[in-house]
Every structure is written in structure tokens, then in C-alpha cells.
Design a binder for this molecule. Structure first.
Ligand SMILES: Nc1nc2c([nH]c(=O)n2[C@H]2C[C@H](O)[C@@H](COP(=O)(O)OP(=O)(O)OP(=O)(O)O)O2)c(=O)[nH]1
Length: 137
């Protein structure tokens, strides 16, 4: 089955020694409202994944970001997150603006190593957060 590509960002406070990760709480659809995720969204057909990510982050959070390395996953480099979606994820840091939950989200939280699991991550994101946990001091 071909899964739809979703692009998202692990927004951290610093690339060299990250101590905080930004999580976002979804407002829709109802089945996953209230669960937490990496901000991002679907790449449009023909749209370059990196362009799609910049677009989604600006729409959703009102920020421009600098992208760092991709967090390469086990599924052909991505992360299968649902039956219908595969995620590609990049480290990112805010270059311009202050992240706000403009659309799709009603709350943002900066999580540190001690609070990483205080939010209810979407099922598909759990193994990604496990991978990132090892990088957050
Ligand atoms: N953005 C994002 N979506 C995720 C994550 N984990 C996860 O399972 N998903 C799922 C939720 C959705 O079913 C799908 C992404 O769709 P989306 O609703 O964010 O895409 P979009 O912003 O382009 O929205 P739309 O216009 O198509 O409604 O992937 C994640 O960390 N970030």
C-alpha cells in the first residue's frame, strides 16, 4: 500500500545539545483530538517535502525555521505512523517568530527530558519520541 507522506519537525532549542522539544496538541479530527504530535502535515502532490514542511510550520505555528538533520526512520528512511501515512521528520530550530497554536492545535508545550512522556503522544509517534529521548539532555 502506498502511504501518504506527512512531513513534520522535531523543533528543539539547539541543534548541538538539545534540551527541549516542542510538542503540539491536535484539535481535529475527533478521533485524535487531544493527542500530541510533531507539527507538520501532508505534502501536496509534487511538492518538495522540505518546502511542504516550511509551509506547514508557517501555517500552523507562525514561524520560520532552520532545518537540521533528518531523523531517519526504519521504514525506508521514514516512520510509518498509521495505516495510511508515513512520516518524514527533521530536526528544526525557530529562526523567526514565536510558535503559537494557530490552526490544527490548541496547545504547544516545550518538553524537557523529564517531561517528555507527560503528554499523550499519538500512537505512531511513540517510537519516534523514544528515539529522540536519547538525544535530549
Ligand atoms: N502532522 C502530524 N501528523 C501525524 C503525526 N503522527 C501521526 O500519526 N500523524 C497523523 C495524523 C493525521 O492522520 C496525519 C497527518 O495529517 P494532517 O491532518 O496533519 O495533515 P494536514 O495538516 O495536511 O491536514 P489536512 O489539510 O489534510 O486535513 O498523520 C505527527 O507527529 N504529526
Amino acid at each position: 500500500m502506498t502511504r501518504r507522506l506527512v512531513v513534520a519537525a522535531a523543533i528543539v532549542d539547539a541543534f548541538d545539545r538539545p534540551t527541549r522539544l516542542l510538542a503540539a496538541r491536535r484539535t481535529r479530527p475527533a478521533a485524535i483530538a487531544g493527542r500530541w504530535e510533531f507539527p507538520g502535515g501532508k505534502a501536496e502532490p509534487g511538492e518538495h517535502p522540505v518546502d511542504a514542511l516550511h509551509r506547514e510550520l508557517h501555517e500552523e505555528l507562525g514561524v520560520r525555521v532552520e532545518l537540521g538533520d533528518e531523523v531517519v526512520g526504519p521504514d525506508d528512511g521514514g516512520w510509518i505512523i498509521t495505516d495510511r501515512h508515513v512520516l518524514r521528520l527533521w530536526l528544526a530550530s525557530v529562526a523567526t517568530g514565536f510558535p503559537r497554536p494557530l490552526i490544527e492545535h490548541d496547545e504547544l508545550r516545550w518538553l524537557d527530558a523529564g517531561s517528555l512522556w507527560e503528554v499523550d503522544w499519538l500512537d505512531g509517534d511513540v517510537r519516534i519520541v523514544e528515539e529522540l529521548a536519547g538525544r535530549i539532555a
